[in-house]
Ligand binder design. Sequence first.
Ligand SMILES: Cc1cc2nc3c(=O)[nH]c(=O)nc-3n(C[C@H](O)[C@H](O)[C@H](O)COP(=O)(O)O)c2cc1C
Length: 508
Amino acid sequence: MKLSRTIPAAAAGALAAVAVRDLTQSKRAILHNYPVVGHLRYLLNDIRPEIQQYFIERNWDGRPYNRDIRSLIADRAAGKAGEQAFGTELEVYQVGYEYLVHSTAPVPMPDEAPKVRIGGPDCRQPYDISLLNVSAMSFGALSANAIRALNRGAALGGFAHDTGEGGLSPYHLEFGGDLVWEVGTGYYGCRTDDGDFDPDRFAEVAAHPSVKAVSLKLSQGAKPGIGGVLPGPKVTEEIAKIREVPVGVTCVSPPAHRVFSTPIELIEFIARMRDLADGKPVGFKLCVGSRVDLIAIGKAMIEVETAPDFIIVDGSEGGTGAAPLEFEDHVGMPLTHGLMMLHNVLVGLGLRDRIRVGASGKVAASNDIVKRIIQGADYTNAARAMMMATGCIQAQRCHTGKCPTGVATQSAWRQRGLVVSDKSEQVRSYQEETVKGAMRLMAAMGVSRTDDLDPTMLRQHVSATSTRSYAEIYEWLEPGELLHDPPKKWKADLKLADPSRFHHPNHR
Ligand SMILES: Cc1cc2nc3c(=O)[nH]c(=O)nc-3n(C[C@H](O)[C@H](O)[C@H](O)COP(=O)(O)O)c2cc1C
């Protein structure tokens, strides 16, 4: 045979062999979905530091690409601790740079990661939640296989998986992972034909043994003040059945809830849901808007004489499957301020002891967990980091349905590459290593219990030449202070906060 024929034949044979190997492996969804050409992505990945020198690119946490959080998540998902050579490349003298304060006498790391008990005095079925859980992402935004992988990961690792507002799907139930069932303004899974709340359907779904808690969604950091839209063509028969809406008709979650319109009604509704859920913990999720609203909701708790079992604060830096850019970038309070504000309001009104606080918004690494606890959280949730542990490469095509890794799509073809047994293991491993990392940080700080973390342990560069601790920079109220002796700066908001109406800027 002539050489001119042998070489192309050999090359074609080699490519065919690579294609077969790519198609039969289950580790990498990209190679499975895009055999042979998918290697280009990994090649580019490997030479990223070199490319970066030409296109000084930065990742979502502001770090250079070769030191990014995505590599850390990938390492942890692969069961590694996520170590790096050489030293920090962060600009440590920059104003705003923050660091945790280590102890000269570190303590041993606890053997077991602590859990946080959710369930106030009116809760009859408390739930012990992990320090890091899967944040709300609906079936519809995510594929069936992604939901399966997250839920199986949660079952293997003993942490919680929030369903997102799209209702409880069969994929949430296949592996028995603990669920926080989220109910949004669309009341998917518990709605009447005309979109109202259906108490009987609610009680039925809440009774499922996998549902450990119910979260009422008020708002989300990436798009506070607007509801969600799932365009008609994406409302498949399956999604329509789960959400209890008509097939092919655009499915809109309205911006506001129908069942309450005042803080008092909100708290009464929380109490009603808890009764309907047979005493399981019920809470709400919000991106903080105004301090007046938080105080009004707190006052409503005092007036109604009950409270949610937990509140999740979502930062404006949080993610979404789809939202207008102006909302993603310019509406809502960032997590640091929203979290500390909520914590202070609850402490100041004497309510903090009975309510657990969750935090979400770019929680991805162990230091994020520790920092959020210092700022007032009891536990954290992560959405995008969990997506990355499931194989997301941040292609940012969730809203088009064309996610190349099969994570955020309804395309059966694209989901093929997401192998549930492998990806669920990655989710478990990422969560476990990251929580372990938080315990390691705490031990280095001389602390073995999350309750012993305090605002003196997080410091910030407030100018190029000085640092201050969170205890010094920010205000921390004493228990009941707003009731008995409110600081001057709080008096106007305390007066404006009315449990019988939500705050409007013009009310001031
Ligand atoms: C694909 C996707 C879908 C989401 N769907 C919901 C949802 O249904 N309900 C909700 O409350 N938040 C939803 N979120 C927001 C997350 O739960 C979380 O609050 C936010 O992304 C902040 O976390 P992160 O920075 O870890 O992503 C979604 C986020 C993403 C990325």
